[in-house]
Design a protein around this ligand. Structure first.
Ligand SMILES: C[S@@+](CC[C@H](N)C(=O)[O-])C[C@H]1O[C@@H](n2cnc3c(N)ncnc32)[C@H](O)[C@@H]1O
Length: 317
């Protein structure tokens, strides 16, 4: 895929230019495959079954809300907020809708592949049961808790400030590179071991090598001060995706994200030398992603880039 467009986004603290480009032209430029109509994933399974090493899904969470995006912010036009996508299906419909997609994603995975499904308290417990059914309980690898801070008006409960990422492997023979995601030990741990060789549980860790992260992660949400911000309300931090991509794929492995939003997974995959297949039904998401990909050097390898623009097929979304 060749991308011709460049645009400034996230130029520095509090300064953003969420340039909106003309989608049809961009999509035509980026397409290297026949148009894909919904059911998109079903079409894909026919061509790509068993070929994805890593699939990251960050679908609507079943919140009942609508989400916004920021566009504009050029010299001629000030930035404005517009509707991006709705997450307001009836809950039972939502679960059935997502379950169909999860089953297709399982079939897209390679034998050594891993699926990460990013959700929050609204639906995660229901989806866990469905994933156990689809993959088998033994294939449940991790429940990752992504913690963050942020304002909340809540006064009647604790602030809800974590998401849950469910991780399933296609088989027992899955790929996981613990060394690729090691992090430094906490300074307090280093100090403790420096003060007493008898600290800990009788085993001195390799402090210089760092540790494999726990299954709870802290990364700040993408906020106005962050240069990676592209004006898509549910944009996830690149650092979060980087840990996932490094742990569960090698350079050259195929990565999929079928709720791509602003394209974080594809951007990170490209930076780490992994080709990807991305999709989103929202044209604005496609635009945001294309803008981000266009800024990468070298050019990213993205095998397929289409959204559904067929109203008849949309009805079956
Ligand atoms: C939580 S956002 C993904 C955010 C993304 N991870 C990022 O970092 O920007 C969910 C995305 O799912 C998309 N979506 C909703 N329904 C969809 C469907 N039926 N097929 C494909 N994408 C859909 C929305 O347009 C939205 O961009």
């Amino acid at each position: 895929m060749r991308l011709r467009y460049h645009a400034a986004m996230g130029r520095g603290a509090y300064e953003h230019n969420y340039t909106q480009l003309h989608l049809p032209e961009l999509a035509a430029d980026a397409a290297d495959a026949a148009p894909v109509r919904l059911p998109l994933l079903q079409t894909m399974t026919e061509q790509w079954a068993g070929r994805f090493q890593l699939i990251y899904l960050d679908p609507p969470f079943g919140t009942g809300k609508a989400y916004a995006a920021r566009v504009g912010g050029t010299r001629e036009q000030s930035a404005r907020t517009i509707d991006a996508y709705r997450d307001d299906r009836e809950f039972e419909d939502y679960l059935a809708w997502l379950a169909r997609r999860l089953a297709l994603c399982r079939d897209l995975l390679a034998d050594s592949g891993t699926l990460y499904v990013h959700l929050d308290w609204h639906a995660v417990h229901y989806v866990k049961v469905e994933l156990d059914r689809l993959f088998g309980r033994k294939r449940f690898l991790n429940e990752i808790i992504w913690c963050y801070h942020g304002p909340s008006p809540i006064r009647s409960a604790f602030k809800r400030k974590h998401d849950t990422i469910l991780v399933y492997t296609r088989s027992a023979d899955y790929y996981f590179d613990a060394d690729a995601v090691r992090v430094p030990y906490d300074p307090a741990t280093v100090k403790t071991f420096a003060s007493s060789p008898r600290a800990g549980f009788g085993k001195v860790p390799d402090l210089a090598r760092g540790k494999v992260p726990e299954d709870w992660w802290y990364f700040p949400v993408v906020a106005r001060i962050h240069s990676e911000r592209v004006g898509y309300e549910t944009q996830k931090p690149a650092a979060l995706l980087e840990r996932i991509v490094r742990a569960s794929s090698r350079p050259g492995d195929l990565v999929g994200d079928f709720f791509a939003g602003s394209g974080t997974a594809g951007v990170v995959a490209a930076r780490l030398g992994r080709p990807s297949i991305l999709s989103d039904r929202n044209p604005l998401a496609v635009e945001k992603t294309l803008l981000r990909l266009a800024q990468l050097d070298p050019r990213p390898e993205v095998r397929l880039w289409r959204y559904c623009n067929d109203p008849a097929a949309e009805a079956g979304r």
